[in-house]
Design a protein around this ligand. Sequence first.
Ligand code: AMP
Length: 217
Amino acid sequence: MHIILYGAPGVGKGTQAKILSHIYHIPHISTGDILRENIKNQTPLGVKAKQFMDGGNLVPDDVMIGMIKAIISSDRCKSGFILDGFPRTVAQAEALNIILCDLHINDYRVINFIVPEDVIISRLSDRYVCVKCGKIYNYSIDKFKAGDKCFKCGGNIYQRDDDKPETVKKRLSVYHTSTEPVKQYYTTTGRLTNIDGLGTIDEITLRLLTALQKKKN
Ligand code: AMP
C-alpha cells in the first residue's frame, strides 16, 4: 500500500500516519522527522536544513527530492509507505511521479485532510512532542504539567521551535503559496481523496480506513 498524506501543518498527518503504519505494517516516512533527526545529529543535511526550518521556510526541492528518492527506492519501502510531509511543492509532486513510475508503483493514494485554519493554529500552538519516541501530545486535551514525561517511553516532552506563534504564521503562508497548488496537481490526476480532519483521533482513523478501502476510479 502506498499512501501520501497531504495537508497543512497541524491537520493531523503525523498522528494518523503513525496509526496507519501500525495497521498496514508499512513505514511512516515523515520528512520533517528525518530533517529534525539530521539537525539533532548535526549532519551536513541537518546544518543546511536548519536555516530554512527555523524561519518556517521550505528546504530546497533538490535536497528533498534526492532524500525521498533514496528512501522510497530502498528495501525498507518495498511493501509500501506512508509519506507525511512530502510532496510540498508541485516540483516535488512531479519528481515523485517520475520516481514512482520508475519503480512501477501506480496504486498510490493521496489523502487530503480538511481542517479550518483557526483550528490548525490552535492545534499547532497546543502541540508538544516526545523527544524520544515522537508521540504527539495536545496541551489542552492531554493536560500535562511542565516537567511531565512521555507516558509511553518516559522521554522529555517539548514544543517544536517552529510551532511557536511567529513561525506558525510563516509556515501557513508558505503552505498557501507553495503547497496548496499540489492539491490541484493531484485533483487533476484523479488521485486526491478529501477527508474531514475534525473530530477525535479514532473518528478520523475510521474515516481514513473507509476511504482507503474504497477503490478509486
Ligand atoms: P513538518 O514536520 O512536516 O511540519 O516539517 C517541518 C519543516 O521541515 C517544514 O516547515 C520545512 O521547513 C521542512 N520540510 C519538511 N518536509 C519538507 C518538504 N517536503 N519540502 C521542503 N521542506 C520540508
